[in-house]
Design a protein. Structure first.
Length: 643
């Protein structure tokens, strides 16, 4: 796991050193640079040594013939099979890791080699003869890769946006359409970032820059193969999935440094932990999060900790519990800096705390259960959309009435009743909308009208009528899919890489930890996206097929339990503990100086939440996070700071 960066089509002295310095947290074990003013190329790399920790695996790595140069961030899980094939073709290897396998494979097969890779990666591959640069990002988007075009014919890229800002001509202007998406979804959609002039390379895509015309071309090399199931029956699919899970865990345990697991007590992390414990062969450490009991009054969920403790005892796996209280919010400015974007989800606090705890105990690789809900239909919104198919037959007048009634439900009461009312309101408030829009409203934390209310006129003019749904609607329309697959594809293609996987990568890297996500192993994805919705959703059970695959591996009590989200009790913190912080960062003076949010409207949203009438706490958290982000990335150049 590493950080990569570079520039092609121009040359800036000392740029590589600055970019490496800004990404040093991603690679504390070493760094390297390849640059040539004559070729107009700069490649930079910082290294977190996981496989083959010797200098033989250092980067940038040059091909034996001297023609090609590679920098690479990630892990190739099937590198042993690929290596065997290359040896049969006459290749000889000086290292034992995956980087040289990737280099030789690209040397032999070019871009076509990308389709053979099962792993997590972002790479840059330079051909010194043809003067072409290939950038590519893994199929699921587990590793980030950003780019900008600071001048005509130039391309600068990096694992983190702050490294792009080391280039003197990269402009740092806010993209208000993306900021609006952060307010709604906690993340930007499609290839947008919070910066108008910075884009992300989409998952499963490649970009080629050529000196011949100094142009970039982007194309997909993989897309999720939704379609008919590859197995003849549901019963056989359960067996195959169980086999695929064991194989994926075995592949992703390969490491020359200690490996541990996230263990929340939910089904996904429990399945990963149980299978990893079977395979690892030595004692494996598990890490979990706990909160002061009093902090759960507004964010009531399942009792995760009890289940995590139970499984750790059954697996004889040491469990390290990290207590996360409101004091963790003191880290928020630092974590926003590491995120590069104003990603609003408080879950990043928990992810960072666990990663930091693991690193302090000598664990450098963590396995996570991320991706299970998107791949196996675990979110309640899938069941709601499945059960609401009959809504299309209900007269629109009745649907309007139900939506208005739902909008009046109080949704910020304390206790379990408040959670139920909040979910009921979200399920019904968009019942009079078309299917795609109804689903996207369920994905959102804050309705469009409440977001519209907090903008200043100047910011509203910048948005120019764009809705937070629009990018997702275009994505869903282009997919050509129908039904549940259409909704699932949106979550796999936008929500997962731009949100969950993004904060997982950035928070792990901030602590110098590589986080792997074996449920998103490519072979599992290719198999699972073909499952019919009847296999995934059974009666009122979400994730039905995955639950069946877990039988005999995970305790029945964990398989049966209801879903509890991974996050932090931010609602209680905002209501009771962070009033002073809120008043400082979101004061009338601060918001007036920023010019994006109307303080009177923001304060009105806060009062609605404080009274329990409406749950607009995520909107408050978003405004707070966006202001912290703007101070570090808009008001000043983040490349001038390295926390």
């Amino acid at each position: 796991m590493c950080g990569i960066a570079g520039l092609v089509g121009g040359f800036v002295p000392e740029l590589a050193e600055r970019m490496n310095r800004l990404q040093k947290h991603r690679g504390p074990d070493g760094e390297g640079i390849f640059e040539s003013a004559a070729e107009e190329i700069t490649l930079a790399h910082v290294r977190l040594a996981i496989l083959d920790r010797t200098p033989a695996a250092a980067q940038p790595m040059h091909s034996a013939c001297g023609r090609y140069v590679l920098v690479f961030n990630g892990e190739i899980y099937n590198y042993r099979e690929l290596r065997s094939g290359l040896v049969a073709r006459g290749h000889k290897f000086a290292s034992t890791g995956d980087t040289e396998v990737l280099l030789d494979g690209l040397t032999d097969f070019g871009e076509a080699f990308l389709s053979r890779l099962n792993g997590i990666f972002a790479l840059a591959f330079w051909d010194r003869h043809e003067r072409t640069l290939l950038l590519a990002r893994d199929q699921i988007g587990i590793k980030p890769l950003y780019y900008a075009e600071p001048a005509t014919g130039q391309l600068v890229f990096a694992s983190e946006i702050k490294a792009l800002c080391a280039h003197p001509r990269v402009r740092r202007e806010a993209d208000f359409a993306a900021i609006q998406q952060h307010l709604a979804y906690c993340h930007a959609s499609a290839d947008r970032t919070a910066f108008k002039h910075v884009r992300r390379l989409l998952p499963g895509h490649k970009m080629i820059w050529s000196a011949a015309d100094r142009q970039t071309r982007i194309a997909s090399f993989w897309s999720a193969p939704f379609g008919r199931p590859q197995t003849a029956s549901r019963a056989r699919a359960v067996e195959v999935l169980r086999e695929r899970l064991r194989e994926a865990i075995s592949r992703q345990l390969v490491s020359d440094v200690p490996v541990g697991v996230f263990l929340s007590g939910g089904l996904d992390s429990s399945m990963v932990s149980a299978l990893a414990a079977e395979d690892y062969g030595v004692e494996m450490n598990a890490f979990t999060m706990r909160f002061p009991k009093a902090d759960g009054v507004l964010d009531t969920g399942g009792e995760d900790l009890a289940y995590a403790r139970r499984l750790s005892r059954e697996l004889d796996m040491p469990l390290h519990e990290e207590l996360l209280g409101v004091g963790a919010v003191e880290d928020l400015p630092k974590l926003v800096y590491h995120m590069d974007e104003p990603l609003v989800d408080p879950a990043m606090l928990s992810c960072y705390a666990i990663s930091r705890s693991a690193r302090e105990k000598g664990v450098v690789v963590l396995l996570s259960g991320q991706g299970g809900d998107e791949l196996f239909c675990g979110y309640p919104r899938y069941m709601v959309m499945h059960l609401s198919r009959w809504i299309e037959r209900v007269p629109m007048s009745l649907r309007h009435t139900a939506a208005r009634w739902a909008g009046m439900l109080p949704s910020a009461h304390e206790g379990r009743s408040g959670v139920i009312l909040r979910r009921l309101r979200k399920a019904l408030v968009g019942i009079d909308e078309p299917l795609d829009e109804r689903f996207l409203d369920m994905c959102a934390n804050t309705p469009q009208e409440d977001i519209d209310a907090v903008w200043t006129p100047a910011a509203r003019a910048e948005i120019d009528g764009i809705r937070f749904q629009d990018d997702c609607l275009r994505y869903m329309e282009r997919s050509g899919l129908q039904g549940l697959q259409r909704l699932q594809d949106r979550d796999l293609g936008i929500y997962l890489p731009n949100h969950n996987l993004l904060y997982t990568d950035k928070m792990g890297m901030a602590a110098g930890v590589e986080i792997r996500v074996p449920l998103l192993d490519l072979e599992i994805v290719n198999e699972s996206v073909r499952y019919p919705y009847e296999w995934q959703l059974s009666g009122l059970r979400t994730k039905a097929l995955f639950r069946d695959a877990a039988r005999g591996i995970v305790p029945s009590a964990i398989i049966r339990r209801r879903k509890a989200g991974f996050g932090a009790p931010f609602r209680k913190w905002l209501r009771y503990d962070l009033a002073e912080m809120w008043g400082d960062i979101c004061s009338p003076e601060s918001l007036r100086r920023r010019g994006w949010f109307d303080h009177t409207a923001v304060q009105a949203a806060r009062e609605l939440s404080q009274s329990g009438r409406q749950d607009l706490y995520m909107l408050q958290w978003a405004v707070l996070t966006i202001e912290l982000w703007a101070r570090q990335f808009i008001d000043r150049n983040p490349a001038q700071k390295n926390i």
